[in-house]
Design a protein around this ligand. Sequence first.
Ligand code: GDP
Ligand code: ZN
Length: 301
Amino acid sequence: MESEEIIRCSIRGKLKKEFNLKKDKLFDTDFASVGDVVNYDFNKDGTGVINSIEERRNYISRKAPRIKGASYRGERLEQVIAANIDKVFIVTSVNEPNFNNKTLDRFLVSAESSSLEAVIVINKIDLADDDSSQQWQKLYNNIGYTLLLTSVVSDINIDEIKSMLSGNKSLFWGQSGVGKSSILNKMFPDLKLKIGEVSQYTSKGIHTTVTSRMIPLDKNTFIVDTPGIREIDPYGIKKEDLPHYFIEFEDFADQCKFNTCSHHHEPGCKVIDALEKELISKERYDSYLRILETIEDDLNF
Ligand code: GDP
Ligand code: ZN
């Protein structure tokens, strides 16, 4: 491992002020996030002060949970998960929690909206009692995604994940309990991440200070471990952009009769056409409509 020094930093007041002027809102996880490159000065006591944050190549975010302290005038603000990432492993599981393709699609929409390469993992394949995981694999492969069926318990395809990390900054993302920490520990036993410890919220619903971490594996290879979350809502996605994030819709969406087509009910909709011809799967189309509805709700802000 390369030298890794941890310097506890605060953020210079001036930078905070500039940030608030720019964003017109205050939410502290936005200042600096895991993966940011920062310029800082040392204080006498060895702590640091961040002077500036370099422009992000990309970042991935979600809507902050609707809980005390994370909202501003009732609006759900943006929570940056990580910045300057190369690859996102979206981890799901067969069971505990059950595989839910709509949840997976929300994560995929987030990854696509950040133009990040997404790799899908369905873990706990040892718990499968039918071939539905293989069918999901086929569905997502047909769209063009890599989908790995894995098991930590039976050591299936964990090496495959490991071989995809080299030279990249990879984010491990997914609902709590799917096995992210277990997979990371299996690949890198020295990490000794805690397993099964999944509390982003205390029982009172208060946000605890669980944050993402970037772990260096070698000079060019990093992984970002994210705290357990229950759900994500992609942030800042416009209704008209959503079809772009369902990548298999794109070719059809361009040819709809109306260029404002929401692919919901409009005549001359080529996406609905493709759905009827089974060129687009019903599962993905239903996901699309579900997310579209939530975006419409949010327009009431
Ligand atoms: P995380 O919240 O995504 O980091 O999930 P954890 O790694 O903490 O795992 C949650 C639970 O799932 C733990 O009880 C693990 O032992 C279990 N688990 C993880 N991977 C597998 C697997 O491949 N098969 C089975 N059967 N259980 C697993
Ligand atoms: Zn259409």
